[in-house]
Ligand binder design. Structure first.
Ligand SMILES: [Zn+2]
Ligand SMILES: [Zn+2]
Length: 258
């Protein structure tokens, strides 16, 4: 039996009526992580080493800030993260500053010829190095990393329960499929967790549920648009009142839509 601390949240999520049980798992984890980062995590030296290096993505900075909790704590995290990153950027630039100055002063003729040569100039190299660093910084996020690690465990548990426990497989089949983001995660994870035979059986089942539900929700959002026609004023909403919100979440995963 897989560890209980992972199976309980997984089975709870698959018991919830929703468009994507993995979004339920991830949202809960995300909430817990936001609280944790602004709480006990701040006091752990390893935690600060991690946030200094990784920082947060735009979405998670937004969530951390918008909780309006522990502004000092968030300030401390931002302060030392920025201090560390500024030093890295400065070092990167200072290594090349003289070369850049030289390159900016070369004659027009030489400048033109270097544009057409295939050799990478020092300025080209600096552009690449700087972009690599900025891309890495943009993508790295302490919360995303923590979420990915735990979601990976949950996926392991989902596959385990799906193949070992009939009761779970039934819950899985009674769900409405997944959002496309988590469909992708599941499909991708078959490569790591399942044999060829298991992958075929799993995908066959998954895709029939998924497509049936993608069509179902498209019908619902279609009826949502038709309700704007005055001739449908008195027609019932059916399931479509919140169909726009649910269909967007089906496409991109849980989002903070108001
Ligand atoms: Zn999802
Ligand atoms: Zn993030």
């Amino acid at each position: 039996m897989k560890e209980k601390i992972y199976t309980i949240p997984v089975t709870d999520a698959f018991k919830t009526e929703c468009e994507c049980p993995m979004c339920i798992l991830e949202k809960k984890l995300e909430d817990e992580n936001i609280e944790y980062i602004l709480g006990p995590f701040l006091m752990e030296p390893e935690g600060r080493i991690q946030t200094n290096k990784e920082g947060f993505c735009q979405k998670h900075f937004e969530r951390l800030y918008n909780t309006q909790a522990n502004r000092l704590g968030l300030g401390l995290i931002v302060d030392t993260h920025m201090h560390e990153q500024n030093a890295i950027l400065k070092k990167l630039y200072e290594k090349k500053a003289d070369e850049l100055k030289k390159a900016s002063e070369i004659s027009l003729m030489k400048n033109l010829s270097s544009k057409f040569s295939s050799k990478q100039t020092e300025s080209d190299k600096f552009v690449d190095e700087l972009l690599e660093k900025l891309n890495q910084l943009e993508k790295s996020c302490t919360i995303c990393n923590r979420l990915n690690n735990t979601m990976e465990r949950y996926i392991d548990v989902i596959f385990y329960l799906y193949f070992k426990e009939e009761e779970f497989r039934q819950m899985f089949n009674n769900q409405k499929g997944f959002c496309l983001k988590h469909l992708k995660t599941l499909v991708d994870s078959t490569k790591k967790h399942l044999s060829t035979k298991e992958t075929a059986a799993f995908l066959n089942n998954l895709m029939s549920i998924q497509l049936e539900n993608m069509e179902r929700i498209q019908d619902e959002v279609n009826w949502f648009t038709q309700k704007f026609d005055y001739r449908n004023n008195d027609a019932p909403w059916k399931n479509s009142k919140d169909a726009l919100l649910r269909s967007i979440q089906k496409l991109v995963g849980y989002s903070n839509l108001k």
